[in-house]
Design a protein around this ligand. Structure first.
Ligand SMILES: [Zn+2]
Length: 362
């Protein structure tokens, strides 16, 4: 495997044929690597009659259901090389995923995230307001997804200020001081979608205050489930952020998961999520798992070159989405672009996990 080179691929400029050629080589090599170093993964492939040494296409790379990482600790590196454990910030009653990182994979995640985000933020480090509290990054050996996300993004900023106190109340003084210090200049805002909504937008609306964050770019992530529950869509989210923070604030959501940190799909100016060069997305039918044509909604599969320390390079998610096209988004970025509609209904998931618990189809 040509170590690390995929991180140098132009993030949004590879045409589909070239991207496919490169990705298929990397993903096939990763499949062989994980089969050789993660015994449970090799057993899953063998049970399905999959030859780990095969040259796979994007469509035939074997996948694991993402929920497997809730039940099993899957590692492709020996214990002495495991230097970080990522856990999903488990909502009450849910088992968190546990992801084993070695130094190589952790470094890849950091670089990949920076490569992608620089395309939206620019190369200069901007003053950064983090819409969370400082406590979430305290334990540096065992991160929650929230902590990992904040630390990853914090690399792109400078003069970091946390907007929330430990009790999740908005530290208006700190925010106002940040606004005054960087008035009219480009700045970076980051937070998890629901935190931004609940503890920034609603908090400001409730207090009748507004802040002047003109020139800011807000990047947010973390799922829409809680927001769809209270009927807030992406457009309304953006409008209400701009109403309390400044009419010219740019807002970009991104789709990503703790099982593939660094491999993020950022929303463009047209509201489409984009696959970077070293990752891709497929949509499968929940009936027979065939890859659906563009325009049809189904279960989202994510592919990524980053995971070396655990077999997470091809995962079937529990999200519903639609691929909108490839190399043809009006924003000019190449690669597949797509939308996420929400979670697969729980009932379907149970059926899905019964049949898919042991991995990919033959
Ligand atoms: Zn686009």
């Amino acid at each position: 495997m040509s170590e690390e080179t995929f991180l140098d691929w132009p993030v949004y400029e590879l045409g589909r044929a070239e991207k496919r050629r490169r990705l298929e080589a990397e993903l096939s090599a990763l499949t062989a690597h994980h089969a050789a170093h993660c015994e449970p993964y090799a057993r899953v492939l063998a049970a399905h009659g999959v030859d780990a040494q095969a040259a796979f296409t994007l469509e035939t790379v074997p996948w694991l259901p993402v929920r497997l990482f809730k039940h099993r600790l899957l590692a492709s590196v020996p214990p002495e090389q495991q230097f970080k454990l990522l856990t999903s910030s488990g909502t009450t009653g849910q088992t968190p995923s546990r992801i084993v990182l070695d130094k190589t994979t952790a470094a890849r995640q950091t670089t990949a995230l920076a490569r992608i985000m620089q395309r939206f933020v620019g190369r200069a480090r901007l003053p950064m307001l983090i819409l969370d509290h400082a406590g979430v990054i305290k334990d540096r050996r065992s991160f929650s997804a929230r902590g990992a996300g904040i630390l990853g993004l914090a690399n792109l900023g400078r003069e970091h200020v946390y907007a929330l106190r430990e009790d999740m109340s908005l530290d208006t003084e700190a925010v106002q001081a940040f606004c005054a210090r960087h008035a009219g200049q480009p700045k970076l805002l980051f937070g998890f979608t629901f935190m931004v909504w609940q503890h920034f937008v609603l908090a400001l609306e409730k207090s009748g205050q507004a802040v002047d964050l003109s020139g800011a770019l807000l990047i947010h992530s973390g799922g829409w489930k809680k927001l769809t529950d209270i009927a807030v869509d992406n457009e309304q989210f953006k409008a209400r952020v701009r109403a309390v923070a400044g009419a010219d604030v740019r807002v970009h959501n991104f789709y990503g998961m703790v099982e593939q940190v660094g491999s993020v799909f950022v929303e463009c100016e047209h509201g489409h999520l984009h696959a970077p060069a070293f990752a891709d997305v497929l949509v499968r039918s929940p009936d027979d798992w065939r890859v659906l044509p563009h325009g049809e909604a189904g279960v989202v599969q994510v592919l990524s070159c980053l995971p070396a320390s655990y077999p997470g390079h091809s995962l079937l998610t529990e999200d519903l989405g639609t691929v909108l096209g490839e190399d043809d988004c009006p924003c000019g970025r190449m690669g597949r672009h797509f939308k996420i509609h929400g979670r697969v209904p729980q009932a379907e998931l149970r059926g899905c996990s019964d049949t898919q618990q042991n991995g990919s189809p033959p």
